[in-house]
Design a protein around this ligand. Structure first.
Ligand code: ADP
Ligand code: ASP
Ligand code: MG
Length: 405
């Protein structure tokens, strides 16, 4: 007998029929003698439509109230699944984030899990219940409902699996595993049997939304093997595990693209100590996450400072930087919100040269202009115009020999 955590994403619980499909799968695992904890997302599209409703009231909804609203999506599916299972004569019980004692910090909309007291879940399991937990939500030290950022129920699942020391954590979604790139963009993408935490972390942080980045951080930290698979068939999916010798032979293991980015340029910033802190601290204060930062050297003690932010924060970041520019004496602030970042990723890159030049040549062959470049030990990213993002992904996928036969 094993303790199994199963997470089902939005498309897997999109309607009552799909919820019944989830119930059947869960019941089968339970009937095999396992303890089962199910983590659910909201029905596909529900979180978006709740955000949309809030935005009809105001552009800047109160963050606490927004989380109260967004958490209802997962409350709905958790109750519906528990009800479905009970109607099938299975002893199921739903728990909301606070009832499952998922404790987070106070960052509404993007809260981090601080700890999970799994005793309540264990108590229910001890009474041989199927425990259904609403994903994506937790509770801060003041008892407020918080949410974990978009795609956050992946993190709920892995964190609960870690807290329970579960034998496995299965992430059921609308693709049958992790591919070399998004199979919905590149039909030639190949399914991977396994991928290292390190590479998955890069893929997730660079736009492969199949797993939320924090879920991969949790999995790596607590050594939770994660099995990403389809909720619509029985095929084996992809295991996300520790790196092994076999994986290192691949130079490039994946390509990602992140579309929801924006670029901001401060022109002619004085080149003196303290300027970068003045530019970036007000963004951090508003919890705006800055991604790439490039400082160009210019003449006469002035620099251009370029950086990227999530597109949802673009307007606010521009307003902030216009104020900063005046304060520090920069000439002007420019911005564009039609950029995307494409990246090639691979642990094997550590020991190979020529990856960057091949990437640049491939983009050049397609006539795609590179606007920013950044690298780490195991990835290279280029910022390009968003309209070429999918073309770039397909071209790079072929160029690096990842296309399936
Ligand atoms: P869920 O609702 O189940 O959480 P998501 O939409 O969040 O599902 O994530 C699954 C999606 O991730 C897929 O439909 C696919 O378009 C996208 N995706 C991006 N990159 C990859 C990749 N490398 N492998 C598999 N899927 C990917
Ligand atoms: N429902 C939330 C979202 O759409 C969380 C999730 O699906 O993981 O972002
Ligand atoms: Mg998701």
């Amino acid at each position: 007998m094993a303790l199994i955590v199963q997470k089902f994403g939005g498309t897997s619980v999109a309607d009552l029929e799909k919820i019944r499909n989830v119930a059947n799968r869960t019941a089968k695992t339970f009937d095999a003698g396992n303890d089962v904890v199910v983590i659910l997302s909201a029905m596909a599209g529900v979180t978006d439509s709740l955000i949309e409703k809030a935005n009809q009231i105001t552009d800047t909804p109160d963050k606490r109230e927004l989380d109260v609203l967004l958490a209802t999506g997962e409350q709905e599916t958790a109750a519906l699944l528990a009800m479905t299972l009970r109607s099938m004569n299975y002893p199921a019980r739903s728990l909301l984030g606070f009832q499952a004692e998922v404790r987070t910090d106070c960052a509404f909309g993007n809260a981090r899990i601080v700890n999970i007291d799994a005793s309540r879940i264990k108590e229910y399991l001890g009474d041989r219940n199927i425990v259904v937990v609403a994903g994506f939500q937790g509770c801060d030290p003041n008892g407020n409902i918080t949410t974990l950022g978009r795609g956050g129920s992946d993190t709920s699942a892995v964190a609960i699996a870690a807290a329970l020391k579960a034998d496995s954590c299965e992430i059921y979604t609308d693709v049958d595993g992790i591919y070399t790139t998004d199979p919905n963009i590149c039909p030639k993408a190949r399914k991977l049997k396994k991928i290292s935490y390190e590479e998955m972390l890069e893929m997730a942080s660079l736009g492969a939304k199949v797993l939320q980045i924090r879920s991969v951080e949790f999995a790596a930290k607590y050594n939770v093997p994660v099995h990403v698979r389809s909720s619509f068939n029985e095929e084996e999916g992809t295991m996300v595990v520790n790196e092994d010798a076999e994986m290192e032979r691949l130079v490039i293991s994946g390509i990602t693209c992140e579309k929801n980015a924006a670029r901001i340029v401060l022109k002619n910033v004085p080149d003196i100590p303290g300027i970068a802190a003045k530019v970036f601290t007000p963004l951090a204060d508003e919890e705006i996450v800055v991604d790439m930062i490039i400082q160009g050297t210019r003449t006469e003690g002035k620099n251009d400072l370029t950086f990227t932010v999530p597109r949802k924060d673009f307007k606010q970041a521009m307003e902030i930087e216009k104020r900063v520019a005046e304060e520090i004496g920069a000439d002007e602030v420019l911005g564009d919100d039609d950029i995307a970042k494409v990246s090639v990723i691979g642990v094997g890159m550590k020991n190979h040269s020529g990856v960057a030049s091949k990437m640049f040549a491939t983009l050049a062959d397609e006539g795609i202009n590179i606007r920013l470049i950044s690298t780490s030990e195991i990835r290279i990213s280029c910022v390009i115009n968003e309209k070429y993002a999918e073309l770039a992904v397909r071209a790079l996928h072929s160029a690096f020999g990842l296309d399936k036969e």
